[in-house]
Design a protein around this ligand. Structure first.
Ligand code: 5RP
Length: 235
């Protein structure tokens, strides 16, 4: 766990280092979450100071709104076509740069944007770095139709992987089921640890009602970890 005050300095350090990777004219994917928001603000500052152009695709309505309000040019991913670089946050990063994402319920669009990019770079504070994924609840976006049957199928998949008796929680906001930007639900899997992330990803992806899970395996090329003293460490 990270102290929120320290995390903010750390997030800013990571965000500033990521802004330095941006080149004029780039086609850029913008992530979602508090760290990605710091990046968007720092990026908008640089663009305003240096006056260059960028084409940005956002991973959520929230990020699209923030970026546009700061004067960044936000377009549909399909209008841009392909991206040079995506900068996003993460909920967990392991030493092989595999991630858990979706704490902000945006992992579907985040994965589409990241995999439509030549390069994905994660920015995070030190509290996100783990030896093994799974302490953070794994988000799984599911279709509302038949979601309870989908939950049963996920439970069976977990049983097959010896992840028995793990709670599967319907994510709520203000007492109501949370609805993603795509109109779906999110189930959070309280796994504690994921011994075989590849196997779990295959199992989850094979379930009809599952739209996308928050395991990002072999997608990220670099993680910039911000430290409370303003320095960064690259993984
Ligand atoms: C949203 C995400 C976020 O990138 C992740 O939750 C990290 O957010 P934060 O920077 O606020 O800790 O995956 O779906």
């Amino acid at each position: 766990m990270t102290d929120p005050a320290i995390a903010d300095l750390s997030k800013d350090a990571a965000a500033r280092a990521a802004v330095a990777l941006v080149e004029p004219g780039m086609r850029l994917g913008l992530g979602t979450g508090s760290t990605a928001a710091v990046f968007v603000r720092r990026l908008a500052q640089r663009v305003q100071e240096e006056g260059f152009d960028l084409r940005c695709a956002a991973t959520s309505k929230a990020t699209a709104g923030l970026a546009a309000s700061l004067g960044l040019r936000v377009e549909e991913l399909d209008d841009i076509g392909w991206l040079d670089l995506t900068i996003d946050g993460a909920d967990e990063v392991d030493p092989d740069l595999n991630l858990i994402k979706g704490g902000g319920a945006a992992h579907l669009r985040e994965k589409i944007v990241a995999t439509a990019s030549d390069r994905m770079v994660v920015i995070a504070d030190q509290g996100k770095v783990v030896n093994r994924l799974g302490q953070f609840h794994l988000p799984v976006e599911v279709i509302p139709f038949g979601w309870q049957a989908t939950r049963k199928l996920i439970q069976r998949a977990l049983d097959r992987l010896d992840l028995t008796q793990r709670p599967i929680l319907l994510r709520k906001r203000d007492e109501s089921p949370l609805c993603t930007d795509e109109g779906n639900l999110v189930l959070d899997l309280a796994l504690e640890a994921i011994p075989d992330a590849e196997a779990l990803a295959v199992e989850l992806s094979s379930i009809a009602g599952v739209v996308e899970h928050g395991l990002f395996l072999n997608i990220c090329q670099l993680a910039i970890i911000g430290c409370p003293d303003g320095s960064v460490v690259e993984l």
